[in-house]
Design a protein around this ligand. Structure first.
Ligand code: ADP
Ligand code: ADP
Length: 237
């Protein structure tokens, strides 16, 4: 469970870009955050993984406060957070298996990932997850030989290899064609259910959010202006 209370973020001396934001994401639930560019969606995800420092407020993951973690505790806490990116962030010249193992290893330099001999149990676990998302047959292909949808599945497995307590995805479908987007959204929804994880997705495509999500949160100018079922969302919102 993720619980955000009274979160405020301002960059420098500017206007806050997150204004007293409150949000709970229970396990087994996927929430899509929609909102125009500049609404604060990326900043919200970055506050959770502490790529940016929240100005004030609280972010609790399974009861532990994340905003007050010290530098040396941050690394450990980032391992609890699985990240999925718009541009996939794979290492092109590594194989799918090597990319996936990077998740567990905490993103070590690619040449070390390539040279590494992985414990059998990690290989087995990776195959299990790759089979789950349908990319096991590509394990020994280079990442840049795959299609966009397949590359995003590699990104998903890499995140899952961390045994995360939450998945955060920043525009995970924005680089994909409609068919692959649908498959990735369905996959993330199913993973939330199967793995009993909270999943938080930034998505600018409102139609996609409405089609694939049970709960949508709308942001505007750093505030939540909607939180509910897709069917309750006004079409002009
Ligand atoms: P979204 O993801 O919804 O497009 P962002 O979180 O990226 O929104 O941006 C919210 C606001 O914060 C925007 O006005 C943006 O210009 C500003 N912003 C984002 N990152 C920074 C930064 N590192 N420094 C200063 N302003 C930033
Ligand atoms: P994206 O939306 O593709 O994730 P960014 O998060 O980098 O892109 O940027 C989102 C918004 O935040 C943009 O409007 C950008 O100009 C602004 N922004 C990002 N970093 C900074 C920064 N260091 N200072 C001021 N504005 C920033």
């Amino acid at each position: 469970m993720l619980r955000i209370t009274h979160l405020i973020k301002r960059y420098g001396n500017g206007e806050p870009v997150l204004k007293d934001l409150n949000l709970e994401v229970p396990d087994e639930s996927l929430v899509s955050i929609i909102g125009a560019s500049g609404a604060g969606k990326s900043t919200l995800l970055r506050c959770i993984n502490r790529l940016v420092e929240p100005t004030s407020g609280s972010i609790e993951l399974n009861g532990q406060e994340l905003t007050t973690l010290k530098r040396d505790e941050l690394r450990k806490s980032r391992r609890r957070i699985g990240m999925i990116f718009q541009g996939f962030n794979l290492v092109d010249r590594l194989t799918v298996m090597e990319n996936v193992q990077c998740g567990r290893l905490g993103y070590i330099p690619y040449w070390r990932a390539a040279l590494r001999r992985y414990p059998a149990e990690d290989i087995e676990r990776a195959f299990h997850l790759m089979e789950r998302v349908g990319i096991a047959k590509y394990a020994n292909k280079r990442a840049d030989e795959l299609s966009g949808g397949e590359r995003q599945r590699v990104g998903v497995v890499r995140a899952l290899m961390q045994n995360p307590e939450i998945l955060l995805a920043d525009e995970p479908t924005a680089s994909l064609d409609p068919v692959s987007s649908r498959q990735i959204m369905e996959l993330l929804q199913n993973l939330a259910d199967e793995l009993k994880l909270p999943v938080l997705i930034n998505i600018h495509n409102v139609a996609e959010a409405k089609e694939f999500t049970r709960r949508i949160v709308g942001m505007r100018f750093g505030r939540l202006i909607f939180d509910g079922k897709p069917s309750d969302l006004d079409d002009d919102a």
